[in-house]
Design a protein around this ligand. Structure first.
Ligand code: F6P
Length: 323
């Protein structure tokens, strides 16, 4: 089996970009080790702090953020960082070629229940037109990502990654400490009978979204004429990984719980990297109004509605939203 570095080399990935990817992978291996140790490593539970999004930070959120930050700041090709756990951009090497956005630990509510969690990352070329430490470095459309991926800490530790063409999956061989290629050129099934959405929010959705989900639930006796099953991991990494593996549709629609903040998921370090992985695996990733990868970001921590997965099912959903 080929290891990650050999695959990247065969793809002619820029050595500086490989260095950045290797650094993220090194941090993720350390996070994976601590996740596996759980209570023995003293990493469970919540801290007294909140992040910029007003969410209580778990100990493992803070540890993972610090690990990624320390290693990436010491990585010469990195010009700047943006993290879910940092209020503003973190400046790195002024002559670095790349900027990195990441969610150090997605699905934090799963930490204490031994559920799936993960690290999501997104890499762009640094812009010469703005200072290296400027937030404007990250105002790049998702289609400009040079690499996107996640590390899923589940029963095995998996890396899903794309550097532009294929979406591949690697499995961590913990005896060697290396990620080995276990799925090359992932292709998402075009049709599906599985959906993932937090149903408890249904009364806050708009009427069209409610109608789409109701028709899925009606199954073979409704207009869709097939039975659907629902799965919800409460960690985007777990749900997106299922979609990559066996098809499906994942939705986090906008809702009217909080007028100032209609969407939940973050564009830069959740929606964009997942959208690139999904599209490069033949799937589709939309907000409610446009292709996610075409969105022009305006703010570091901006949020966006997400509908992604099997092409025909995403199209079907959009036909309900825009009849
Ligand atoms: O903030 C991200 C996240 O944890 C996602 O990974 C996940 O899809 C979602 O929030 C879960 O939110 P909810 O609280 O609605 O289950």
């Amino acid at each position: 089996m080929k290891n990650l570095l050999n695959v990247l080399r065969d793809d002619d990935v820029d050595p500086a970009l490989m260095q950045v990817i290797e650094t993220i992978i090194d941090a993720s291996k350390e996070i994976a080790f601590r996740v596996r140790q759980g209570a023995l490593a003293g990493v469970l539970g919540s801290s007294q702090d909140e992040n910029i999004q007003g969410e209580t930070q778990k100990h493992l959120d803070i540890i993972s953020n610090q690990l990624l930050k320390d290693l990436l700041l010491a990585c010469a090709p990195v010009a700047a960082l943006a993290s879910e756990e940092e209020d503003t951009v973190v400046a790195a090497n002024p002559s670095g070629k790349y900027v990195v956005a990441f969610d150090p630990l997605d699905g934090s509510s799963n930490i204490d229940i031994n559920g799936q969690i993960g690290t999501i990352f997104s890499i762009y070329r640094a812009l010469d037109s703005v200072p290296h430490s400027s937030e404007l470095q990250f105002n790049q459309q998702g289609s400009h990502q040079v690499c996107a991926g996640y590390v899923l800490y589940g029963p095995s530790t998996l890396l899903a990654i794309t550097t532009g063409k294929r979406t591949r999956c690697f499995t961590l061989d913990s005896t060697q400490g290396t990620f080995l290629l276990t799925a090359d050129n992932i292709q998402i099934a075009k049709d599906t009978q599985e959906f993932a959405i937090n149903m408890s929010n249904s009364r806050f959705w708009n009427e069209n979204m409610r109608c789409y989900i109701e028709d899925l639930i009606l199954g073979e006796i409704g207009p869709r004429q097939k039975r659907y099953n629902m799965r919800w991991n409460a960690a985007m990494v777990g749900d997106v990984h299922r979609v990559l593996t066996r098809g499906g549709i994942f939705l986090y629609p906008s809702d009217n719980r909080n007028a100032k903040q209609p969407a939940k998921l973050r564009l830069l370090y959740e929606a964009n990297p997942m959208a690139l992985l999904i599209e490069n695996a033949g799937g589709k990733a939309r907000s409610e109004t446009q292709r996610i990868l075409d969105i022009q970001p305006q703010q570091l921590h901006e949020r966006v509605a997400v509908i992604l997965g099997s092409v025909n099912e995403v199209d079907e959903c959009l036909s309900y939203l825009h009849p």
